[in-house]
Design a protein around this ligand. Sequence first.
Ligand SMILES: [Zn+2]
Length: 339
Amino acid sequence: MKYLNIIFLLFIFTDCRPILSKETKDIPLAGEGIYAFLRRNNRDATNDYEAFIKLNKDKLGRDNSLLKGTSYTLPTLSDNKRKQEDPQPKIESNSKIKKEPLFGKQYENYTIKSGKLKGTCFYLSSGHGGPDPGAIGYVDGHELHEHEYAYDITLRLARCLLEEGAMVHIIVQHPTHGIRDDRYLKNSRRSTCMGETMPLNQLKRLQQRSDKINSLVRQTKADYKRAIFIHVDSRSKKKQLDVFFYYAKNSKGGKKLANTMRETFASHYDKHQPNRGFSGTVSMRELYVLSNTTPVALYAELGNIQNSFDQRRFLDPNNRQALANWMCRGLIRDYENSK
Ligand SMILES: [Zn+2]
């Protein structure tokens, strides 16, 4: 019976963690010390230690031990901070229906359909954002900003990966733009690096997102981690481009992933546009984010925002979804190859 109780308690604690972490009180599990207690309640064990002692000084045992059955007050944690500091926000619960408000009202609920990517962790960063719209294309009086289209595809990819059981960190975020089914995506300069304002200086902006990824990586136990950078290129109007995949210098894993991605795209093109063929390429490039992030990384340029044929690929939300789905399949293949 006692055993069952423990299992039941564990279930409650794991399943309802996001709810519990908003509560200010909790009772320690058997044998738990302050650090473990804080960590289980989603607090920063190092930074919140002093605050915890102060709040509970009358209820602690010898050498600040926790007493069985005693309810302790937890240091407060803002929603924003909780989100940033929780390295595993997505796969903790047993329930299959999940919610990610970043996807917007229409898409925020999603279902975990498989465990194909269980144990993997992805860091998805859409190019540009904040003060930088990236490349700009023009169609019928509309200004197409690279960042908006890259962001929409990135969110779709994130949702797809989550549905396959992955853990996903969305590095560049917009407070209100979820996944949008519009042709012309409204432009905004409000996106942040996980809640932090983006600096005006380009190098500092790239550094900010790279540092963010590296700090999240340090908190992740997953063996398979991949950073994905999504862009839409800008070349001369006449140049129709296929998808380009870049990997970091000396990165064997990156090269493998880029090749797998290219093959996956080529096979889908053969199926859907057999007469066209696929001329996407894979190459090494010394780009800041590739050189300065620790996980195996892939940098994707999904077409030319100035070219009218390529623009079709981005304007139609179904095509943006297809790009995300293919990337998701490429990542599943790469993960399977890595085992
Ligand atoms: Zn770009």
